[in-house]
Design a protein around this ligand. Structure first.
Ligand code: NOJ
Length: 531
């Protein structure tokens, strides 16, 4: 190639790359600040940090069981038996939350630690004591506890009898929640019934990506969701009727959602993006947060029609009775949102996914723009701040101005105290959040960073690190050290705004991403041998 053509080509690549980056920001530089009563927090989950998997009477969870019986499930061959050892180190955890200067700490309670049989016939006193100690330690620092009742660690004994596909689980979950309200309700003012139920049902029962990795797609994810939504509503009503007047407090659910951007600006791609939102986050949100309740009509139509064509006697999507629709509708004080990234959507022009499956029923295709920055150890985690802002606007509009609490947002890397990429990710996403609040009037009341510290990232083991604090998993006392991002986050919380040197057009912390990923991923088994 002639030199001038080569130069023109390189210039085009650079210009195109920069243009893509500039457009990613959630808004220009501003002096916006977070409202005075805006809640800042940080999140964790029991199965990812506690360890002590069989200590003091705890029984096996579905994650313990899956990994113990199938160790290759986790990419680095690790498990969560010890994890960050928070069962013993909770005092240090509370101290770290205090160092971050946040108002609130979201942690989850391990069902098999509190009810080792899964049922409420026996309440484990040592399990209860552990959470009482943690809650008191937080309150000592004036930190508000927020409890997630279910963050994926079902007692294996309940899985043995069908888990979330067994209709009796509605009662079992309600009994479990009652034990928590009775024991902790005087001190806990925020409750989340379920964390990311779509991961539990779609990936755990429909697929193989989460425990119990059942792989009964097309049927089990719908059954699981059906029981789970009833269980959520049942616990909401228990709280609302018997506990709210005693202790006050708020209860909601945390739903995971990517933003869906149309792949091109055609009507068909725009329809695909909207359909993605309605049939994914809307699968759980529509029954609870919409004015009419029930599953989204689009999903009902698609699954009913496919089931008929596939010769099923009845739709694979179970139906709620009108009484059940009314029982589930309106059962949340806030919309908990876990958000990390964005996808591009288009309509499928042929069958997609396994037959039958939710993916096949919905019939859309999602991809990510290879130009979006990443460099994350979690390959799906592309950095697209504008998507966060658009999603908040969509939720506010679609669900009648519901109060939103962002219960998770964060970035994963391969480790290190000097985590410039995470600093940049939080700055960009918090900038997008400020614009969402001030310009779009999205009804956001709080924001939690995921996560307080490095932890067991499910099938990614300890390779993918989300922590604001680095955990030295090799050290006997799992030493925790603040990363640069912890300092950034504490400064945002204290000043209620972004640092003066924040540049919404600067995505350089993520450069080199696409080169790094293919080089590093095959090395994971080697890394495991070294640690
Ligand atoms: C959502 C889940 O709630 C959490 O457990 C997980 O670690 C993060 N996303 C990061 O993948």
């Amino acid at each position: 190639m002639e030199t001038y053509k080569l130069l023109l080509f390189l210039a085009a690549v650079i210009i195109e790359g920069n243009a893509a980056m500039i457009n990613l920001a959630g808004g220009p530089k501003s002096n916006y600040t977070f409202p005075k009563n805006f809640l800042f927090g940080v999140s964790t989950a029991a199965a990812q940090i506690e360890g002590a998997w069989n200590e003091d009477g705890k029984s096996e969870s579905i994650w313990d069981h899956l990994i113990h019986t199938n160790p290759s499930f986790v990419k680095d061959g690790s498990n969560a038996d010890v994890a960050a050892d928070s069962y013993h180190l909770y005092k240090r955890d509370a101290e770290m939350v205090h160092e971050l200067a946040v108002d609130i700490y979201r942690f989850s309670i391990s069902w098999p630690r509190v009810l080792p049989t899964g049922l409420a016939n026996y309440v484990n006193p040592l399990g209860i004591q552990y959470y009482k100690n943690l809650i008191d330690e937080l309150i000592k620092y004036n930190i508000t506890p927020m409890v997630t009742i279910y963050h994926w660690d079902l007692p294996q004994k309940l899985q043995d009898i069908g888990g979330w596909t067994n209709a009796h689980i509605v009662d079992y979950f309600t009994d479990y929640a009652k034990v928590l309200f009775d024991n902790f309700g005087d001190k806990v003012k925020y409750w989340v019934t379920f964390n990311e139920p779509m991961q539990t049902c779609l990936e755990g029962y429909g697929g193989t990506y989460r425990a119990p990795a059942l792989n009964r797609h097309g049927v089990a994810e719908y059954l699981c969701t059906h029981n789970l939504l009833k269980a959520h509503a049942s616990v909401y009503h228990l709280f609302d009727t018997n506990y709210r007047s005693l202790n006050g407090g708020k209860i909601g659910m945390s739903l995971d959602s990517n933003w869906a951007e149309p792949k091109t600006n055609t009507p068909s791609d725009r329809e695909a993006a909207e359909l993605y939102l309605r049939t994914h986050v809307g699968w759980y949100a529509h029954p609870v947060y919409s004015a009419e309740g029930n599953y989204p009509p689009e999903l009902i139509k698609l699954v009913d029609e496919k089931s008929r064509l596939q010769n099923y006697t009845r739709s694979r999507l179970p139906k709620f009775t009108p009484e059940e629709v009314a029982f589930i509708k309106g059962t949340a004080d806030f919309f908990g949102l876990n958000h990390y990234t964005t996808y591009l959507l288009s309509m499928a022009d042929k069958e997609v996914g396994a037959i039958p499956s939710h993916e096949n029923d919905v019939g859309i295709v999602r991809v990510q723009d290879p130009k979006w920055p990443s460099r994350s150890s979690s390959s799906w985690l592309k950095v697209v701040p504008f998507g966060f802002r658009r999603l908040l606007k969509w939720i506010t509009k679609t669900y009648n101005n519901v109060p939103i609490i962002v219960t998770e947002n964060g970035y994963a890397d391969f480790s290190g105290i000097d985590d410039a990429a995470r600093v940049s990710y939080y700055s960009h996403y918090l900038n997008a959040l400020l614009h969402a609040i001030h310009e779009d009037h999205s009804n956001v009341h709080g924001y939690f960073a995921w996560s307080l510290m490095d932890n067991f990232e499910w099938d990614d083991g300890y390779v993918s690190r989300f922590g604001l604090y680095l955990v030295d998993f090799k050290s006997p006392n799992k030493t925790r050290t603040a990363k640069h991002s912890a300092k950034l986050y504490a400064s945002v919380v204290t000043s209620r705004g972004l640092p003066p040197d924040y540049d919404p057009e600067d995505f350089t912390a993520f450069s080199g991403a696409s080169l790094l990923m293919p080089t590093v991923l095959p090395l994971i088994p080697l890394y495991r041998l070294m640690v």
